[in-house]
Write a new protein. Structure first.
Length: 254
Protein backbone atom coordinates (compact mmCIF):
# COMPACT_ATOMS: atom_id res chain seq x y z
CA UNK A 1 0.00 0.00 0.00
CA UNK A 2 1.23 3.51 -0.80
CA UNK A 3 0.23 4.98 2.59
CA UNK A 4 2.29 3.65 5.51
CA UNK A 5 0.77 4.49 8.89
CA UNK A 6 2.27 2.45 11.77
CA UNK A 7 2.53 5.35 14.26
CA UNK A 8 -0.93 6.86 14.54
CA UNK A 9 -0.80 6.08 18.27
CA UNK A 10 2.50 7.89 18.66
CA UNK A 11 6.22 7.17 18.43
CA UNK A 12 8.38 5.17 20.80
CA UNK A 13 11.68 6.49 22.15
CA UNK A 14 14.52 5.60 19.82
CA UNK A 15 14.22 4.64 16.14
CA UNK A 16 10.79 4.20 14.53
CA UNK A 17 11.10 2.57 11.11
CA UNK A 18 8.69 2.54 8.16
CA UNK A 19 8.69 -0.96 6.64
CA UNK A 20 8.59 -1.23 2.87
CA UNK A 21 9.83 2.23 1.93
CA UNK A 22 13.23 1.03 0.75
CA UNK A 23 11.75 -1.74 -1.37
CA UNK A 24 9.27 0.64 -3.01
CA UNK A 25 11.39 3.74 -3.46
CA UNK A 26 15.05 2.95 -2.73
CA UNK A 27 14.78 5.27 0.29
CA UNK A 28 14.92 4.06 3.89
CA UNK A 29 13.12 6.26 6.42
CA UNK A 30 13.04 6.43 10.24
CA UNK A 31 11.93 8.85 12.92
CA UNK A 32 14.31 9.11 15.88
CA UNK A 33 13.00 10.31 19.26
CA UNK A 34 15.78 11.26 21.69
CA UNK A 35 15.82 12.22 25.36
CA UNK A 36 17.69 15.10 26.96
CA UNK A 37 21.49 14.62 26.89
CA UNK A 38 21.18 11.61 24.57
CA UNK A 39 23.87 11.13 21.93
CA UNK A 40 23.78 9.27 18.62
CA UNK A 41 26.43 8.65 15.98
CA UNK A 42 25.59 8.18 12.32
CA UNK A 43 27.65 7.00 9.38
CA UNK A 44 27.56 3.97 7.07
CA UNK A 45 29.95 2.70 4.41
CA UNK A 46 27.37 2.03 1.71
CA UNK A 47 24.60 4.54 2.46
CA UNK A 48 24.22 8.25 1.87
CA UNK A 49 22.36 9.72 4.86
CA UNK A 50 20.29 12.86 5.44
CA UNK A 51 19.17 13.80 8.96
CA UNK A 52 16.51 16.50 9.40
CA UNK A 53 15.94 18.15 12.77
CA UNK A 54 12.15 18.33 12.89
CA UNK A 55 11.92 19.50 16.50
CA UNK A 56 14.38 19.93 19.35
CA UNK A 57 17.58 21.49 20.65
CA UNK A 58 21.13 20.21 20.58
CA UNK A 59 24.57 20.13 19.03
CA UNK A 60 26.01 18.54 15.89
CA UNK A 61 29.64 17.40 15.84
CA UNK A 62 30.82 17.17 12.24
CA UNK A 63 34.13 17.71 10.44
CA UNK A 64 35.85 19.11 13.57
CA UNK A 65 33.07 21.66 13.99
CA UNK A 66 30.26 22.01 16.55
CA UNK A 67 26.98 23.39 15.22
CA UNK A 68 24.01 24.18 17.45
CA UNK A 69 20.40 23.69 16.40
CA UNK A 70 17.21 24.93 18.03
CA UNK A 71 13.84 24.27 16.40
CA UNK A 72 10.82 24.67 18.64
CA UNK A 73 8.31 24.20 15.81
CA UNK A 74 8.18 23.62 12.06
CA UNK A 75 5.64 26.35 11.33
CA UNK A 76 7.95 29.31 11.92
CA UNK A 77 11.47 27.86 11.82
CA UNK A 78 13.47 26.35 8.96
CA UNK A 79 15.22 23.02 9.55
CA UNK A 80 18.82 22.07 10.20
CA UNK A 81 19.75 19.27 7.77
CA UNK A 82 22.82 17.03 7.87
CA UNK A 83 23.93 15.45 4.58
CA UNK A 84 26.49 12.65 4.82
CA UNK A 85 28.43 10.85 2.13
CA UNK A 86 28.95 7.11 2.53
CA UNK A 87 31.90 6.72 4.92
CA UNK A 88 31.39 10.03 6.74
CA UNK A 89 30.35 10.25 10.39
CA UNK A 90 28.47 12.71 12.57
CA UNK A 91 27.50 12.83 16.25
CA UNK A 92 24.33 14.52 17.50
CA UNK A 93 23.72 15.43 21.14
CA UNK A 94 20.20 16.44 22.15
CA UNK A 95 20.07 18.93 25.02
CA UNK A 96 16.27 18.60 25.12
CA UNK A 97 13.92 15.88 23.87
CA UNK A 98 14.19 16.02 20.08
CA UNK A 99 12.75 14.48 16.94
CA UNK A 100 14.70 13.71 13.78
CA UNK A 101 13.99 12.20 10.39
CA UNK A 102 16.72 9.84 9.19
CA UNK A 103 16.77 9.20 5.43
CA UNK A 104 19.14 6.73 3.78
CA UNK A 105 19.83 5.46 0.29
CA UNK A 106 22.49 3.24 -1.19
CA UNK A 107 25.30 5.10 -2.94
CA UNK A 108 28.57 3.74 -4.32
CA UNK A 109 30.05 7.23 -4.75
CA UNK A 110 31.67 9.58 -2.23
CA UNK A 111 31.33 13.33 -1.80
CA UNK A 112 31.92 16.06 0.76
CA UNK A 113 29.05 16.22 3.25
CA UNK A 114 27.59 19.36 4.76
CA UNK A 115 25.37 20.65 7.56
CA UNK A 116 22.69 22.99 6.18
CA UNK A 117 21.64 25.50 8.81
CA UNK A 118 18.33 27.42 8.77
CA UNK A 119 20.00 30.38 7.05
CA UNK A 120 21.04 28.04 4.20
CA UNK A 121 17.50 26.86 3.49
CA UNK A 122 15.84 28.36 0.43
CA UNK A 123 12.19 29.11 1.31
CA UNK A 124 9.88 29.73 -1.64
CA UNK A 125 6.43 31.32 -1.25
CA UNK A 126 4.97 29.06 -3.92
CA UNK A 127 1.42 29.71 -5.16
CA UNK A 128 1.29 33.23 -3.71
CA UNK A 129 -1.19 35.44 -5.61
CA UNK A 130 -2.37 32.49 -7.71
CA UNK A 131 -5.88 31.03 -7.63
CA UNK A 132 -6.87 33.39 -4.79
CA UNK A 133 -4.01 31.98 -2.64
CA UNK A 134 -5.83 28.65 -2.31
CA UNK A 135 -2.59 26.79 -3.06
CA UNK A 136 -0.20 29.17 -1.29
CA UNK A 137 2.42 27.26 0.72
CA UNK A 138 6.04 27.47 1.81
CA UNK A 139 8.49 25.17 0.06
CA UNK A 140 11.77 24.82 1.93
CA UNK A 141 14.59 23.35 -0.14
CA UNK A 142 17.57 21.94 1.75
CA UNK A 143 19.45 20.60 -1.26
CA UNK A 144 18.90 19.38 -4.80
CA UNK A 145 21.11 18.86 -7.85
CA UNK A 146 21.88 22.59 -8.06
CA UNK A 147 23.21 22.64 -4.48
CA UNK A 148 24.61 19.25 -3.48
CA UNK A 149 27.53 17.42 -5.15
CA UNK A 150 26.72 15.54 -8.35
CA UNK A 151 27.68 12.26 -6.64
CA UNK A 152 24.75 12.60 -4.21
CA UNK A 153 21.58 10.55 -4.73
CA UNK A 154 19.12 12.40 -2.47
CA UNK A 155 17.02 15.57 -2.80
CA UNK A 156 15.56 16.87 0.49
CA UNK A 157 13.02 19.56 1.35
CA UNK A 158 9.92 20.43 3.35
CA UNK A 159 6.50 21.91 2.64
CA UNK A 160 4.39 23.94 5.07
CA UNK A 161 0.76 23.51 3.97
CA UNK A 162 -1.40 26.27 5.47
CA UNK A 163 -4.75 25.37 7.07
CA UNK A 164 -7.49 24.69 4.55
CA UNK A 165 -5.21 25.20 1.55
CA UNK A 166 -3.62 22.97 -1.07
CA UNK A 167 0.01 22.19 -1.84
CA UNK A 168 1.88 20.20 -4.48
CA UNK A 169 -0.74 21.84 -6.66
CA UNK A 170 -1.50 21.81 -9.55
CA UNK A 171 -1.09 18.03 -9.68
CA UNK A 172 2.38 17.14 -10.91
CA UNK A 173 4.54 14.11 -11.60
CA UNK A 174 8.15 13.02 -12.13
CA UNK A 175 9.74 9.63 -12.89
CA UNK A 176 11.91 9.53 -9.76
CA UNK A 177 10.63 7.84 -6.58
CA UNK A 178 9.68 10.08 -3.65
CA UNK A 179 8.38 9.86 -0.10
CA UNK A 180 6.26 12.33 1.89
CA UNK A 181 6.41 12.20 5.70
CA UNK A 182 3.59 14.14 7.39
CA UNK A 183 2.95 15.94 10.66
CA UNK A 184 -0.08 18.03 11.68
CA UNK A 185 -0.50 20.91 14.13
CA UNK A 186 -2.49 20.37 16.28
CA UNK A 187 -1.37 16.76 15.94
CA UNK A 188 -4.90 15.31 16.06
CA UNK A 189 -5.77 16.98 12.76
CA UNK A 190 -5.86 15.52 9.29
CA UNK A 191 -5.46 16.24 5.62
CA UNK A 192 -5.77 14.36 2.34
CA UNK A 193 -3.07 13.08 0.02
CA UNK A 194 -3.89 12.51 -3.63
CA UNK A 195 -1.94 9.89 -5.58
CA UNK A 196 -3.19 9.41 -9.11
CA UNK A 197 -6.88 8.49 -8.74
CA UNK A 198 -6.44 7.39 -5.11
CA UNK A 199 -7.05 9.69 -2.14
CA UNK A 200 -5.71 8.93 1.35
CA UNK A 201 -6.71 10.45 4.66
CA UNK A 202 -3.47 11.75 6.17
CA UNK A 203 -2.76 11.85 9.90
CA UNK A 204 0.22 12.75 12.04
CA UNK A 205 3.21 10.46 11.42
CA UNK A 206 1.94 8.95 8.16
CA UNK A 207 4.19 8.38 5.15
CA UNK A 208 3.24 8.25 1.47
CA UNK A 209 5.35 6.47 -1.15
CA UNK A 210 5.16 8.04 -4.61
CA UNK A 211 6.29 5.90 -7.54
CA UNK A 212 5.71 5.21 -11.24
CA UNK A 213 5.24 8.90 -12.18
CA UNK A 214 1.88 9.06 -10.38
CA UNK A 215 0.47 12.56 -9.96
CA UNK A 216 0.26 13.93 -6.42
CA UNK A 217 -1.36 16.85 -4.59
CA UNK A 218 -2.18 17.51 -0.91
CA UNK A 219 -4.64 19.50 1.16
CA UNK A 220 -5.00 20.20 4.86
CA UNK A 221 -8.26 20.46 6.79
CA UNK A 222 -9.20 23.97 7.96
CA UNK A 223 -7.64 24.79 11.33
CA UNK A 224 -4.61 22.51 10.87
CA UNK A 225 -1.15 23.26 9.56
CA UNK A 226 0.24 20.29 7.68
CA UNK A 227 3.97 19.69 7.36
CA UNK A 228 5.59 17.19 5.08
CA UNK A 229 9.19 16.31 4.54
CA UNK A 230 9.88 15.19 0.99
CA UNK A 231 12.77 13.05 -0.15
CA UNK A 232 13.49 12.13 -3.76
CA UNK A 233 16.07 9.63 -5.00
CA UNK A 234 17.83 10.50 -8.22
CA UNK A 235 17.05 7.79 -10.76
CA UNK A 236 20.05 5.96 -12.17
CA UNK A 237 18.80 6.79 -15.69
CA UNK A 238 17.67 10.37 -15.04
CA UNK A 239 18.50 12.69 -12.17
CA UNK A 240 15.69 14.75 -10.70
CA UNK A 241 15.62 18.22 -12.24
CA UNK A 242 12.03 19.25 -11.53
CA UNK A 243 8.46 18.14 -12.03
CA UNK A 244 5.81 18.37 -14.73
CA UNK A 245 2.35 19.79 -14.06
CA UNK A 246 -0.71 18.12 -15.52
CA UNK A 247 -1.22 20.34 -18.56
CA UNK A 248 -4.90 21.25 -18.15
CA UNK A 249 -4.26 22.40 -14.57
CA UNK A 250 -1.07 24.26 -15.42
CA UNK A 251 -3.02 26.50 -17.78
CA UNK A 252 -5.05 27.76 -14.80
CA UNK A 253 -1.93 29.48 -13.43
CA UNK A 254 -1.50 31.69 -16.49
Amino acid sequence: MSLIKPYRNGFQKGFNSYPGTNEKTGIEFEILITDKDEEHEFGEKENEIAIVAIDGVGEIFFDNTVISFNRSNWIDIEPTVIHLSPGEKVKIKSTEQSRFAVIKTNNDLSFKGKVYQPSDIDTEHRGKDQLDDTCYRLVRLAFDDTISPKEAKLVIGEVLNFPGKWSSYPPHHHPQSEIYYYELSPDWGYGHGELGEDVFKIKNGDLLTITKSRTHSQTSAPGFHMYYLWAIRHDDKKRYDGFTYVKSFENMLE
